[in-house]
Design a binder for this molecule. Structure first.
Ligand code: NBG
Length: 818
């Protein structure tokens, strides 16, 4: 196959312009003189995609021929962010493209702003998947990311009278130039029906599935380019389609509505991303989505990526499927079904193969977030899979009873199938039993996973458990998002850090250099200015100049404690207006929130309302508005994160200890030179250890202290009564001050804080306030502050997702770079 030059040497400006215009004319069907911005964007995206495609096709071919092991990343979510900038970066084509477009009178940034990001994920879990596939491509490791092409991604958030209103995310409506659909390669996926026993040709009794309905999975391929290495991996997202678009008979009888019903029903499967973060939606459609995409993916890999005569006993040499949380765990019985029912493999042999083909990552500690599927639902939707799960469980419990004779309670505790509160399958247990490895996503999380979530399993299989601390891709989150800083780093230590982030350590001596610190401050100032411009245009929000920029961006969840952040703001505000403190001593701060609440999560939505109400009142208060500003731009997403994070001075990572599995925003902030105020939770622990106690503002109870307080019994109202500062802040919130005298409006949040406070915000309040006072004190000395910020950057190279991927490769996947 002839492969054109792709990465270097890049095409000439003239060559690019020719291809761009050809794409515009013949791909999009318009003349330059009549092309809209969207036409131009689509044509540009396709042109850039073509530069990548040759390497992509070539890479796929060599991988198949070489027969190397592939990482199959199974994830229900990929929060990719915009593609164009990343593709330009990967190909090194940016300058040529900019110049070429200019010669056509087109501005590259205008076209970049036209792209709607594919929001196919909720938060950290989906963004992590996107970082991981970026790193694997950059490490030259063959990987296929498998997932769902939701027609509607995470909802678009708007605020109406301060309350969250969700709008559908029609991200495909203006076209999607980065995808390659392959309807001819559609895979059939079965559902429902019954099972039966039969005797095969060899006289062996077997079971088989007689499904009652099916849908088609149409693959849409996306390119995942490595950074400057010519590697392009594949992300394959499945879209559901009806097998028979129209039931001809019904259609001919004139019942059009009935005929399209089947189609609508099938297509619903990939229609919309469940907007839940950390808590599963126990809906049948969700299970359909999960089975749909893993069934497509397994069949795709076995039938399309492997040679036709491949001996499936050797499957573990060619693939490791990584289960991104419990969402894809139904893949375990599906592989067993493919091997035993379809390929007639002996059960024990199939189980040995299966146990080597999967590994499981857990991303949570909240018990309510561990998926459990009622057996009744499984029996209805996937009857054969339920039988297989029972058989897996029987074999496993036999082992357990042999290992711990007489310990029936233990067998019950470890059973994959539980009877309480209803008969159901614990997907995390199934994943643990089937997986070759089980990992948590930060040291503390992995420890708690072993000790508290899966203690019996970690006792039984200590070697199965491991930790891989999360990471983030430096390409998107430093190199692309923070060009000002990139330039400074490049001038100081060269460009090697982009693929070898430990080299940021070379910046350490520069923390002592006043000139470097001054340049670092110029970078921050420029990033703040860039953010200010964006927020005015995007949200009509005006950011004051010269403020400490204090940022809390993440999903809205009680355990993350946005309400505690709000109490800090309220307390400062209350002290100024009551005259308790001299305004001249207050550090001017702008607090930025970004957060979506799950549509059904009442308390999270009340918190959004409260933040917006406080923001509006503070904006109008002449006594304080030069000192305290609250900005809450709606619809926080990857695109906004890329502008917000590089501008931040202070990163808020204030979850209750023992609740945040890792966090990855915390890493992005530290790497972009913000200081963290945080609890000893998730990856904060490791950030603090690396940057040092002097360069991290720690507060709050530790995880054992939390457990201890909860065991003793926690009474938030008593904390409120005993802390005057806290009392005044909450009283002000409850007073109607922020809601035009309407006291009821804040009632749900206030009552919850006083009488429930599940995540102990009041218990940590005093410690938090004191830590914030320390922030003010530190910020008063800009030189000392920038020194600490630079040390944060220099010492956090560990948090590259390239490092995470190397750990998975060495310890879990045993796969290699090409
Ligand atoms: C999230 C955790 C985060 C973690 C990401 C990525 C889920 C279920 N979990 O702390 O809450 O950083 O996963 O591992 O979304």
């Amino acid at each position: 196959m002839a492969v054109g030059p792709v990465v270097s040497p890049p095409h000439s400006v003239d060559g690019f312009v020719k291809e761009f215009l050809r794409e515009l004319n013949f791909g999009t069907g318009v003349l330059l003189s009549r092309a809209t911005v969207n036409d131009q964007y689509v044509a540009l995206a396709r042109t850039v995609a073509h530069y990548l495609a040759a390497r992509w096709l070539e890479g796929g071919r060599t991988r198949r021929e070489a027969g190397v092991k592939v990482v199959g990343y199974l994830s229900a979510e990929y929060l990719l962010g915009r593609q164009l900038g990343n593709a330009l970066l990967a190909t090194g084509l940016r300058d040529i493209v900019e110049e070429g477009l200019e010669s056509c009178g087109i501005n590259l940034s205008t076209l970049r702003a036209q792209e709607v990001e594919p929001g196919l994920g909720n938060g950290g879990l989906g963004r992590l998947a996107a970082c991981f596939i970026d790193s694997l491509a950059t490490l030259n490791v063959p990987c296929i990311g498998y997932g769902i092409r939701y027609e509607y991604g995470i909802f678009r958030q708007t605020f109406v009278d301060g309350r969250q209103v969700e709008q559908p995310d029609a991200w495909l409506s203006l076209g999607s130039p980065w995808e390659f659909p392959h309807p001819e390669a559609a895979v059939q996926v079965d559902f429902g029906g019954t099972t039966e026993e039969y005797v095969d040709e060899d006289g062996t009794p077997r079971r088989r599935w007689l499904p009652s309905w099916n849908v088609l999975g149409v693959p849409y391929n996306y390119m995942v380019p490595g950074y400057h290495n010519g590697r392009v991996n594949t992300l394959r997202l499945w879209s559901a389609q009806a097998t028979k678009a129209f039931d001809l008979q019904i259609f001919n009888s004139g019942d059009y509505a009935e005929a399209v019903r089947a189609q609508t029903f099938a297509e619903n499967i990939s229609k919309v991303l469940y907007p839940e973060d950390s808590t599963p939606q126990g809906r049948e459609l969700r299970l359909q989505q999960q089975y749909f995409f893993v069934a497509c993916s397994l069949r795709d890999f076995i039938e399309r990526e492997l040679p036709a005569d491949f001996d499936l006993h050797d499957l573990p040499e060619r693939i490791i499927f990584q289960l991104n949380d419990t969402h894809p765990v139904i893949a375990v019985p599906e592989l067993m079904r493919l091997l035993v029912d379809e390929r007639k493999m002996d059960w024990d042999e199939a189980w040995a193969v299966t146990q080597k083909c999967f590994a499981y990552t857990c991303h949570t500690l909240l018990p309510e977030a561990l998926e459990v599927w009622p057996t009744e639902m499984l029996a209805k939707l996937l009857p054969r899979h339920l039988e297989i799960i029972y058989q897996i469980n029987d074999g496993f419990l036999r082992e357990v009873r042999e290992a711990f004779p007489g310990d029936e309670m233990r067998a019950r505790r470890m059973s994959i199938v539980t009877d309480y509160p209803e008969r159901a399958v614990r997907m995390a247990y199934l994943a643990t039993v089937a997986g070759a490895k089980v990992n948590g996503v930060a040291e503390l999380h992995s420890q708690l996973l072993r000790d508290k979530v899966l203690p019996d399993f970690s006792e039984y299989w200590p070697e199965k458990f491991t930790n891989v601390t999360n990471g983030v891709t430096p390409r998107r989150f430093i190199r692309l998002a923070n060009w000002n800083f990139t330039r400074l780093i490049n001038e100081t230590i060269g460009t090697g850090w982009v693929t070898d982030l430990d080299r940021l350590a070379e910046l350490e001596p520069y923390a002592e250099d006043p000139e470097f610190r001054a340049r670092f401050r110029q970078v921050k100032a420029a990033n703040k200015e860039r953010l200010a411009k964006l927020l005015v245009a995007r949200d009509g929000i005006v950011l004051p100049e010269g403020h400490l920029l204090d940022v809390m961006v993440k999903r809205l969840h009680e355990y993350k404690r946005q309400s505690m952040k709000l109490l800090h703001i309220l307390s400062t505000y209350e002290q100024i207006i009551s005259g308790a403190i001299d305004p001249a001593t207050v550090t001017p701060r702008t607090f930025v929130f970004g957060a979506k609440a799950a549509p059904g999560y009442k308390m999270a939505k009340e918190t959004i309302f409260a933040i917006n109400a406080v923001a509006a009142t503070l904006a109008a208060d002449e006594r304080t508005n030069h000192l305290l500003t609250v900005a809450f731009p709606a619809n926080y997403n990857v695109t906004l994160a890329e502008k917000l994070i590089p501008a931040a001075d202070l990163s808020e990572q204030i979850s209750l200890a023992g609740k945040e599995a890792s966090g990855t925003g915390n890493m992005k902030f530290a790497l972009n030179g913000a200081l963290t105020i945080g609890t000893d939770d998730g990856a904060n622990v490791e950030i603090r250890e690396l940057v040092g106690d002097d360069n991290f503002i720690l507060f709050g109870m530790s995880e054992p202290e939390v457990a201890d307080l909860q065991a003793r019994g926690y009474n938030p109202a008593a904390v409120y009564e005993s802390n005057p500062l806290l009392k005044r802040a909450i009283d002000l919130l409850a007073s109607g001050h922020f809601t035009e005298g309407n006291r009821d409006a804040m009632n749900p949040l206030v009552m919850d804080l006083l009488y429930n406070d599940r995540f102990l915000a009041l218990a940590d309040f005093q410690s938090y306030i004191e830590a914030q006072a320390k922030v003010d004190e530190l910020y008063a000395d800009p030189d000392a502050w920038s020194r600490k910020a630079i040390l944060n950057v220099a010492r956090t190279g560990f948090f590259s997702s390239d490092r995470s991927m190397r750990e998975y490769l060495d310890r879990i996947w045993h796969a290699k770079a090409l």
